[in-house]
Every structure is written in structure tokens, then in C-alpha cells.
Design a protein around this ligand. Sequence first.
Ligand code: ZN
Length: 249
Amino acid sequence: MGNEKRRGSSRVCWSLLLLLVLSGCAQVATHDVMVEVVPGDYSQVEELAHKLQKAPSQMGVSNIDFDSEESASDRADQGESVVMLTAPLVGDVQKRISRKPFGIKIDPATSPVQPERFRGYHTGVDFEVTQEELSQDMDVFAICDGAIVRIDDVSGYGGVITQLCPSVNAGGDVYVLYGHISRTDTVVTQGQSVSAGSKITELGDHLSAESGGERKHLHLGISRTQDVRGYVQDAAALEDWFDFQNFTL
Ligand SMILES: [Zn+2]
């Protein structure tokens, strides 16, 4: 009698457990992780990664669609006008983009560069140099054909050269800003037209006035406007800038 009761209640328990598991699975199966990713805003990618880390493994999250841009070669195959940018420094420039890519949200406490004095969304791409290159002359090359429109000192950068390049894909001209450069080693003049790949200057020395007191590196910004800000406080403002790694003329 007592045994039958226990068997009965355990059957109910198993049924309830099965029901719970099934209903739990149904909820999980219809649960989508939705994160809108703004191109270049890595804070949202971090947020997504964080959510996935916290998600239970049985959630079965397998298909995450990032709004990835088509590669330049895909677009060229489709007959689009695609002119690639020229590398601004020697070597594998993609490997040089190791600390501050386009759009990264910088905070002094968590910045990949320490010590850090800037805050906000990065409007350009930083190309780093190696330890050996800190003491070597580093030529900076024009990334496109176009006229030099400004050679100046700008707070936060030290030396700055701005070049105006025509771009079909941007729907007009773009301003290319080369920041932290040496004005004394600059070999172009304002108004001069330069070809992609030709030397325009050299990087400013490490932690010098030429580099705005920053480490030796190149900040390269591509913008619709002459705005020289290296950071903006609102992610939406990044719309005026383009990412070197995705941009074609
Ligand atoms: Zn920068």
C-alpha cells in the first residue's frame, strides 16, 4: 500500500519533470538572441559575447547573423567600381591594426593602450609599429590619389596631414587624415597632388611633440568632412567616418 503510493507519486513527479523539460525546451527553441550590431561598434559585439557566455548551453544558439559587409572582391565580381586603398606603412598593415580598430569604444580604465587619456568612439584606425621600429624612420604613404589640403599641428595628434581623395563608393570626396606624423620629415606641400603609394611623410617620434605625446603609431581617419576629431562621444556620429578595413574608393 505504502509502496504503491510512492510509485504513484514518483510517476507524477516524472511526468511533471518531463512536462517541465518539454515546455522549457519549447521556450528555449523559440528564444532568439537579438543584438543589433552597428558596424564598427565593438562594444555591442562585446555585449553579445557576454550574453552568449551567460546563455545556458542548452539554448542551442548556433545561427547568429552579423550584418557583415561583402568583401571588396565580391563587390568587384558584381561589377561594382572597387579601387582598393594603398597601405600607409610598410609590411602587413592588417597585422598592425592590433589595438585600436575603427569604432572601438575607448575608456581610460579599459583601453588597450595604457596609460590612456582619450574616451569615446575611435573615428579612425591605429597602425602600430614594432619594438624595433620605435627607433627607425617609418615612411607614411598616401593611401589614395588626391591633393594635400592641410599640413598642421592639431592638439592630440601632433603633426597632421589631410588629403582629399575622390571616392565613388563614398558618393563624393573623402578627407583622409594622417595623424601623429612628423612635420619636419613631410615631403609634400599644401595643394600638391600625390599618387597612391607615394611617400608623404614619416611617423612622429615615440612620445614626442610630433606624435602629440602619444606612442609612435599612425592614426588614419577617412571622413566625409574635415572634422579632425579622433573620438566622438556618440556612436551615431561615426556615420561621417569610414573604416579603412572595409573601405574602397
Ligand atoms: Zn587613433
